[in-house]
Ligand binder design. Sequence first.
Ligand code: BES
Ligand code: ZN
Length: 456
Amino acid sequence: MTPPFEYAAEHRERFVRQLSDWLRIPSISTDLAFKNEILRAAHWLADDMRRIGLENVALLETGGHPVVYGDWLHAGPDKPTVLIYGHYDVQPAVMEDGWTNPPFEPVIRDDKLIARGASDDKGQVMIQMKAIESLLATGTCPVNVKYLIEGEEESGSTNLTRFINDHKALLKADLCLISDTGIRSADQPVIVYGLRGILSMELIVTGPKRDLHSGAGGNIHNPAQAICEMVAQLHHPDGSVNVRGFYDRVNTLSDQERVLLNRADDTDAEWEAYMGDLPVWGEPGYSRVERRGARPTLEINGLASGYAGEGFKTVLPARAIAKISCRLVPDQDPKEIFELVKARIAELTPPTVRVELKMLDYGYPAITPVDHPATQAAVRAYAAHFPNEPLYARGGGSIPVVADFQNLLGLPVVLLGFALPDSGAHGPDENFSLTMFARGIDTVITYFDEVASLTA
Ligand code: BES
Ligand code: ZN
């Protein structure tokens, strides 16, 4: 073992303690009540950056929650510069969601560190931090690095596009590296070479001025009923999306890509382990892995109206809300898709209620060519620390800023993720495997070596 790997192994317990300290800070970005916690989490990270020897460390204003920036640029001008992106904000979490322990009081059970943000994304950001710490503490880092860790990813990275545009010189690099995705199992890494875009919307259906005694039923079109009638018609009975033009710009999968992707499809046993005995549902003609990563969807994320508490309340609700999001694939454009959904909603709106569709947020889909040298360097780094060569898949989730790194900064983006399928991201008992934490640090150290041997 060479010194950086030895250092990482020796300091592993402290790394886990530090990650646990960071996980104790509930840095929930969607809820402004947590603004101070967001700042505490940002400062915690900046302090660690300074401690491990990064320079120019600062919290930079974005108009929303700040980004944490730090760099180390002493590998030499002939060496590549890696821009490392991640996020320190987390999804909301409360005990009632089904947690076994309070979500911001990390515990270790078996091989898992359990807390909100453990895998998405604080644990994976710490992999990037502890890899550079292990290198700098034992000598030097073979590449130049710039860290850009943001605080608004889980609420749509609303201010980051402008920030990137305004800081092109600061963020100048040769490639972008992100650890914020998953792999298939502890033995099977996956190169995620694409992410879906996202469009999130709110559909508001209003009826009477205020909630009525439901004895008025029969005279008024109930908004709860109207919204159900409407959202029920956003899909065809076969599961495909029923919005005119929705699929027009979707790139067809080549036979070659289908072969590559389907090697990463889950087995029936894996499917059962995650979903129980639920039958598979979705667009006809595509496998699970294709539907999840390479085909677009429209999802109802939430429906609210009337009374759903204990017992019964005979009420005719005045309004109903549906939260709807679309996951998009190249070359769909979220703004165009919004117009198409709006037109479909207009078509479905009965004259008996008032309807409004609002766009909340959007991000473009992105693909990184699998044969790019930066991606192939990741293949070699995974292969060095996992028993199997990586498979290739497209991720179903979204990291809105990936398309900005490609389009605004012209960077190839490499997704070097380490979350296991049962990591529970966004759900109760989110966790990060401690084995993956350690292996991730080693993989990133090797990745920097691999990148250093590419010409800048
Ligand atoms: N880490 C995820 C992205 C992800 C998840 C990529 C699974 C690939 C597979 C990220 O933190 C996330 O959850 N993003 C949000 C973005 C949204 C709030 C704009 C998402 O995908 O829902
Ligand atoms: Zn994430």
